[in-house]
Write a protein that binds this ligand. Structure first.
Ligand SMILES: [Zn+2]
Ligand SMILES: [Zn+2]
Length: 103
């Protein structure tokens, strides 16, 4: 299973193209921009409560046969937050002080 490489930030809807260094993902691949993770979510995924890591960049060139962004095409399905912003703010406040390794 390859990452979907989702095209946008769930929170602010900013475009996050496959080669950007701004994309952050949780272990379920909930996808946000670095700015939202730092200033809105405080490293708390609003869907699962886990922390984030930078999304790896899939190579465009087929350096190895069959594996590249041309063979496993990035998702074009935009995903949007399924909770209200106020709910997310309250949720994040309740989780952010617990280190990701201890959640
Ligand atoms: Zn964002
Ligand atoms: Zn998540």
């Amino acid at each position: 299973m390859a990452l979907q490489l989702r095209p946008n930030c769930e929170y602010c809807d900013k475009d996050l193209p496959p080669a950007t260094t701004e994309a952050r993902i949780c272990s379920y691949e909930c996808t946000f921009c670095a700015d939202c993770v730092e200033t809105k979510l405080f490293n708390v995924c609003p869907n699962c409560g886990g922390g984030f890591a930078p999304r790896p960049i899939r190579p465009m060139r087929e350096w190895r046969a069959g594996v590249c962004a041309v063979k496993q095409v990035p998702s074009d399905k935009r995903v949007h937050l399924k909770y209200a912003v106020e709910e997310v703010t309250a949720y994040v406040a309740g989780v952010k002080d617990v280190a990701p390794e201890q959640r």
